[in-house]
Design a protein around this ligand. Structure first.
Ligand code: NAP
Length: 640
């Protein structure tokens, strides 16, 4: 069978190919040329990328150099076509490593290479897949809670393993976050050719950072392709799961949309509910007396017409930042209430669409899509963590926590001031007063600040005193008229798995045990909650790079092997040793305290709990997490 990443054979004319090449990432193209031609000299000459930056896919090559590469590429591609597009011969590992370093213009340490090769699947093998089961597994039913990106992945892997499973999803369809968040302007901010399953790449993305409908459609397609429908129950909310020691089973209680309550038994439960699924709406005096429509960004009321109305939006983090530019042209007046200014990462292509030539290359050129994925992954792979590390000797940690963090601050400040340099009042409002990357940094192509400079938009940084029937009143007494109120105020990120009642050994209730300090060994397993596994659990949110899908793939491989330990070994239950879990918690806390997100100058952040502590984020390098989750160590567990 042809390697699925070797590209679909094509018969396009030279002219069509030349036209397509006008649209592609030239450094990525060179990688594909090496595969097609076997010519190593292509990466040894003077034509090469000049630098690396997140989402800069041309490597800062000059127009002249790009044209020179295209001229070299055309006969190679035409020859490959004329030979009938044969599957290229595998490339030896040393050369692949050299190609990686060529593409990103810097050393790629050897410890990363196995992880990157696995992620790229150049050999066409999905090594994160779970081996086929033997018949003994069929009496080991598993319940997966949630059908977003991680629950869907769990379903795919359980199906591969031949383990019976049911996915329970409270929404009416597939996608989790990408089902729920339908607000105008919703889009992903990790490049989509990386933000997709490693084994389910898409060459069809219409945007580099797709909008919500396209993302939801992607997850639906994957769901369908893997035949998960018979295993999924939608409109079914898990309210409670109770462990029974005698039978070593979980009883999972569910409530349908019609209110009907039922239960099912499982030998193991995988929670795939994520950290950002329960909308948070702050309590504000008078809010219930507001006369017009009021709703949360994650519960967008599409029946409300915003055209020509006065809209007040409370909160402007990642969601508000996308909503304002999308609705401002339609409304009469938009007042944005923002408590904390946000740092933004310049990304001119944030709203750009993927051209036909690029899509052609992704579909047809051998391994082009795989190298493009690597090019998106690498700049956000662990470099951000170093930039987040606090240098204890750095002079003013309220401003910057290290030299590299200071450089980021300067770059972001320049990006902001270059857009509104002639408006000192606005600059004072939009320049953050905490170190760069201290909160979630937003991708920006200039649309946010352009929106704020519109005549019908006002950014208010003064605190809100109360809400009246037709206005939001700030602490300085100003009334801001409003017909419609939007809460873009985030999620209960620190109340993990809440409001579900997960009852483990000895009647322990997980949400009570955790409070605002959730912790799980590797973010996955919890003492006294046997055969219970989390995906995107405590301490696994990524603030420094990567993609949650990458993390989910690591977690699910680990979970699948835990299930194999249980079933293959004929065991009843498994849970992490308390000392392992405690050691993990302590080390994670220690590490987090050395990172910028913990800085006291970051006053408000959903990364922090109400005590200012962080239990949501991973402080670990992706390569370490990948290594630790590759294979569970039976010594870490009590197994019986
Ligand atoms: P968020 O980033 O937590 O932002 C919430 C906003 O509401 C902030 O401006 C916050 O102010 C404000 N707020 C919260 N409580 C408040 C209060 N009591 N008074 C005044 N203001 C208050 O939530 P989000 O925008 O929904 O985004 C959450 C996460 O979802 C993101 O970080 C990201 O992980 C994900 N997301 C991703 C994308 C994407 O991929 N592009 C888009 C949307 C969301 P403070 O900043 O002062 O706390």
């Amino acid at each position: 069978m042809r390697n699925p990443h070797a590209g679909q054979p094509f018969t396009d004319s030279d002219e069509q190919i030349a036209h397509a090449l006008l649209d592609v990432s030239i450094p990525t193209l060179v990688m594909s040329l090496v595969h097609m031609s076997g010519d190593e000299s292509l990466i040894r000459g003077p034509l090469r990328p000049a630098g690396l930056f997140l989402n800069e896919v041309q490597g800062y090559m000059s127009e002249e150099d790009k044209a020179a590469v295209r001229a070299i590429a055309l006969p190679i591609i035409a020859d490959y076509r004329d030979r009938g597009c044969p599957e290229p011969a595998p490339i030896r590992p040393e050369l692949l490593h050299e190609m990686m370093q060529w593409l990103v213009c810097e050393p790629v340490p050897a410890e990363y290479v196995p992880m990157l090769l696995e992620e790229m699947e150049l050999d066409g093998r999905d090594t994160r897949a779970v081996p086929q089961a033997d018949p003994a597994r069929t009496d080991f039913p598993v319940v997966v809670i949630g059908c977003g990106e991680s629950g869907l992945l769990a379903g795919i892997r359980l199906k591969e393993a031949g383990i019976p499973f049911t996915i329970l999803e409270r929404n009416a369809g597939v996608g989790g976050t990408w089902w729920q968040n339908t607000y105008p302007g919703a889009r992903v901010d990790v490049g989509n050719h990386f933000y997709c399953y490693s084994f389910e790449p898409s060459d069809g993305w219409t945007h580099f950072f797709a909008e919500q409908p396209e993302l939801q459609a992607y997850f639906q397609r994957v769901f369908d392709r893997h035949g998960l429908a018979p295993h999924a129950r939608f409109d079914t909310e898990v309210t409670e799961a109770v462990w029974d020691d005698d039978s070593a089973t979980w009883t999972v209680y569910v409530r349908g949309r019609d209110g009907a309550v039922s239960s099912l038994r499982a030998r193991a439960v995988i929670s795939a509910v994520g950290q950002l699924n329960r909308p948070h709406t702050p309590v504000i005096e008078g809010q219930h007396g507001f006369a017009g429509p009021a709703f949360h960004s994650a519960e967008w009321d599409h029946s409300v017409d915003l055209a020509g109305r006065d809209v007040a939006m409370i909160g402007a983090g990642a969601s508000g930042f996308q909503i304002a530019p999308a609705i401002a042209p339609d409304v009469n007046r938009l007042t944005v209430f923002q408590r904390t200014a946000q740092w933004m990462f310049p990304n001119p292509n944030y709203h750009a669409s993927v051209g036909a030539g690029m899509r052609w290359a992704l579909r047809h050129l051998p391994f082009y899509g795989r190298w493009y994925r690597f090019l998106l992954f690498w700049p956000g792979c662990d470099k951000g963590l170093e930039a987040a590390r606090v240098d204890p000797d750095y002079p003013d940690p309220r401003r910057a926590v290290s030299e590299v963090n200071d450089l980021a601050r300067m770059m972001f400040t320049e990006w902001i001031t270059s857009q509104v340099g002639d408006d000192p009042e606005l600059i004072a409002k939009v320049l953050p007063d905490y170190p760069a990357t201290g909160k979630r940094t937003l991708q920006d192509n200039g649309s946010w600040l352009r929106t704020l400079t519109r005549d019908n938009v006002e950014l208010v940084r003064t605190g809100i005193a109360r809400i009246e029937a037709d206005a939001v009143v700030t602490e300085d007494g100003t009334r801001h008229p409003a017909d419609i109120l939007i809460y873009a105020t985030g999620f209960h990120a620190n109340r993990m798995l809440w409001p579900m009642r997960i009852v483990g050994r000895g009647g322990k209730v997980l949400s009570e045990q955790w409070g605002e300090r959730p912790s799980a060994y590797l973010g996955i397993t919890v003492p006294d909650f046997p055969n219970f596994f989390c995906m995107y659990g405590p301490g696994t949110n990524l603030a420094h790079g990567g993609s949650l899908i990458f993390h989910s793939e690591c977690q699910m491989r680990y979970i699948a092997q835990c299930l194999e330990l249980l079933i293959g070994g004929g065991h009843r239950w498994l849970q992490p040793r308390a000392e392992c879990a405690e050691d993990w918690r302590r080390r994670s806390q220690d590490e987090l305290s050395k990172l910028v997100w913990s800085q006291p100058s970051v006053k408000h952040s959903f990364y922090k709990n109400s005590h200012g502590e962080i239990y949501t984020l991973s402080p670990w390098r992706l390569v370490d997490y990948w290594t630790w989750t590759r294979t569970p160590d039976p010594k870490d567990f009590e197994i019986a």
